[in-house]
Design a protein around this ligand. Structure first.
Ligand code: NAD
Length: 341
């Protein structure tokens, strides 16, 4: 198959590109930014278009006669960018891409749209009514990012029903490259490295009240920048969540490209749930760092999804869990090798 991957330079897009290239497919990548990952994909044989999702001319070229599209290009809430950019990339960009495949890819076999479990997340400290969250959960996105993902999904469904574009929706939960788990300043590291968290909060123009309170409590705790922290409630419980490895999500995307029954369906992609306390304790042991428990009544609620539908319909079987990802990242750091994007 000739597959176009938008966001090919990102964590999930680059892994999907590597997997498809290894499987003998022809890969075209598109990304707004050129970097080492894009360079590497080119050396592996991908043809990469550098430009934004709203460049109609570039999209016409990138989509010409393509067999499948994997749409991972997006601005994430974790990027900390202004809302205008999320609307522009995630909603207008998805619409522009859909029109390009409608007009230039007449034999398209699949359009896999990377949505997110943020479509369900009501936001703030509102706990979900039931866990795990399955695909029937109301999509009451409480963040601008989640709202852009709901809008992009709706545009996809409208192109399925109006123009027959063979849509599949993937809704992964939090997804990381292993190295991010042990990097203090990364999107993931700033959830448990004191220095990473304080630096991130200091860089933000404003904070949600719960984060403002956690920042105050963390500062008062006397934790050193290298120390780890975990928020617990008055009963000593931490949140339960999930962390995907980007390689597993990429494998799920490949199944969506292959399995005929996937068309017209939305799939959660999650892994094994873990408590924040378990993970941070493990990191503390492996890194030899102190762990501070911060009693925070407003700690974020537990959140994890059910991937039962992906398991039964697609045969989705994630191969990594958050603890094996930490081990792999540490082993790679020790030998100076990269695990993934
Ligand atoms: N990583 C997660 O935790 C997570 C969880 C759920 C869903 N998702 C979704 O999965 C997809 C991929 O996420 P990721 O983690 O790989 O993100 P990422 O930030 O690593 O990659 C996104 C890529 O898209 C590119 N991009 C951004 N705006 C663009 C534009 N206007 N035109 C072209 N390219 C553009 C970026 O340069 C980047 O390389 C996204 O749609 C995201 O919303 C991610």
């Amino acid at each position: 198959m000739d597959v176009l991957i938008t966001g090919a330079g990102g964590r999930i897009g680059s892994q999907a590109a590597r997997l498809l290239l290894a499987g003998g497919h022809r890969v075209r990548g598109l990304d707004v930014a050129r970097g080492p990952v894009v360079d590497e994909l080119e050396t592996l044989g991908a043809r990469v278009f550098v430009g934004g999702l709203n460049d109609r001319q570039l999209l016409a070229e990138a989509c010409a006669e393509v067999d499948a599209v994997v749409h991972t290009g997006a601005v994430l809430s974790s990027h900390g960018r202004p809302d205008d950019l999320l609307i522009d990339a995630n909603i207008v960009g998805t619409y522009t891409l859909l029109t390009a495949v409608r007009d230039h890819a007449p034999a398209l076999r699949r359009f896999v749209n990377l949505s997110s479990d943020a479509v369900y997340w009501t936001g703030g400290d509102v706990a979900p009514a039931a866990l795990p969250v399955d695909e029937h959960f109301p999509r009451t996105a409480g963040s601008v990012y989640g709202a852009t993902k709901v809008a992009a999904e709706q545009l996809c469904w409208s192109f399925l029903h109006t123009y027959g574009v063979p849509i599949v929706i993937a809704r992964p939960t939090a997804t990381a490259a292993p190295a991010e788990l042990i990097t203090p300043g990364s999107v993931f590291g700033r959830r448990w490295f004191t220095g990473g968290a304080l630096d991130w909060w200091a860089s933000r123009p404003s904070l949600a009240p719960a984060d403002e309170e956690l920042r105050r409590l963390l500062r008062d705790s006397g934790a050193a920048p290298d120390d780890l922290f975990v928020a617990i409630d008055a009963e000593g419980r931490s949140s339960v969540s999930m962390t995907n490895d980007a390689r597993d999500v990429a494998a799920g995307i490949c199944l969506m490209l292959e399995v005929p029954e996937a068309v017209g369906e939305a799939f959660n992609l999650g892994s094994t749930e873990h408590s924040d306390a378990e993970l941070v304790r493990y990191l503390g042991e492996r890194l030899g760092r102190r762990v501070h428990q911060i009693v925070h009544p407003g700690k974020r609620p537990s959140w994890y999804v059910s991937s039962l539908k992906a398991r039964s319909l697609l045969g989705y079987r994630p191969r990594h869990d958050v603890f094996s990802m930490v081990d792999e990242a540490l082993a790679a750091a020790a030998t100076g090798t990269e695990v993934s994007a």
